[in-house]
Design a protein around this ligand. Sequence first.
Ligand SMILES: *Cc1c(COP(=O)(O)O)cnc(C)c1O
Length: 496
Amino acid sequence: MILFSSATPFRMNGHPAEYPGFMTDSSNSAMTDFHGGRRHIPSVDRLAGMVDHCALPRPVVIRLIREELSRIRDAVDSGSVAPESVDAAGRAGEAIRRFSRLRLGRVLNGTGVLLHTNLGRAPLPAAAADHIHAVASGYCNVELDPETGKRGRRGVYVEALLAQLCEAEDATVVNNCAAALVLSLRHFCSGDAREVIISRSELIQIGGGFRIPEILETSGAVLREVGTTNHTTVNDYRAAVSNHTALILKVHQSNFFMSGFVKSPSLRELSELSRHQSVPLMLDLGSGAITSTENWPGVPPEPGPASAMREGADLVCFSGDKLFGGPQAGIIAGKAEVVAALRRNPFFRCLRCDKLILSGLEACAEKYLENGSPESLPVSAMASASCEDLERRAKTVLAGIRPGKMDIAVIQCTATMGGGTLPRAAMPSVALEIGVPGWSAEKVHRALLHGCSPPLLTRIDRDRILIDLRTILDGQDSLLTACLNQLATSITRTES
Ligand SMILES: *Cc1c(COP(=O)(O)O)cnc(C)c1O
């Protein structure tokens, strides 16, 4: 593993020190044969020869070098840069490093945000990763009827497991929860009945660009808002029902909460209304906690799909990669005839999941069903970890760090769920607080992000760098120790 090497993730021919141009040093050997004007700028081939053994495909390296050289030539031609002062090799190396950081790869999550959307939300359990690998590395039975060897329906197995978990008659899966909502709305809203009744308190925005009113509109639904921001009663819903009603939709507020003079009807009240008026009731749960969140410190109870079904919802949807702890997916569960109709909807074909997702979901659903205690799913394992345990791990990491010019302390902090879920969850947690005398928090943050392999994402909290142990996964403590030791080395190098 290479840590804090300026050559990461590519290496040059021979030892990097032979090519100081790839460091930030301007006195590099690639410059020695330049004589005035554009002739000072080395050729693509010459630069490419210096970035052998690169993790990037060679044609990509060549393109990046060409682009950088072209920028340099423009700068030289326009007179904004003196040719003899251009560190072409250094700039090309930096361009290559910057681009190679975009490649998907592991990141250590020190932020204390469990479902960090920028970090791929839920980390998968090993069983899911193994199952995906086994299924995807050869042919598989994704659409094979095992009895006849002819064409079968995809997802049959995982759908049965998900239905069982949700205590629903049937279930299906699409690409994400947003897609689940769009598909369902397109199904329910047809002909003259296009109105979707929804409380004004639930016209929410999730993340960037997911707004419930816009989703409704693009799905061919007509928004029928009822109640007020803080107060909606079952009578508000009742008064809105007409021949044009397609659906009553309840959307989990997900990423915010209201307190004070707040009222909304219970699910039971709404389901009675829906039955009396023969209008279907759908719930967008967002997160969909399969097991109780009761034993998670600092986490309020979260309604799950099974209780929604028991209380009379016709259909629920939730994300696969939030509290469920699986791959990105939109899980839909509910009445058999509705789910079957969704599958027949032509739009379903545009949203269907591929074998990678289906196999990941299968393995996660099996975990839930196997033992009822899904602590083997990383999200629940992280959420239920005790502070004593986190503190013990923090101290072990601390003990592995060479004494140096860094100040490190084990402190108490608060972790959050993230991913637009459980906004009230304030999970007591334990962090390593890192300070480097003379360095800003931002500088330490960047050093750990760019200098480590895998990169370590930290949290900056009031100009302090925190590494929350709750989101450092099982088995990653030694990587964290190595990262911090590399930081120590790099501080020493900078100072000497
Ligand atoms: C997160 C969320 C969504 C979107 O889920 P994706 O799987 O990210 O598409 C939809 N509705 C609610 C209530 C959510 O919390």
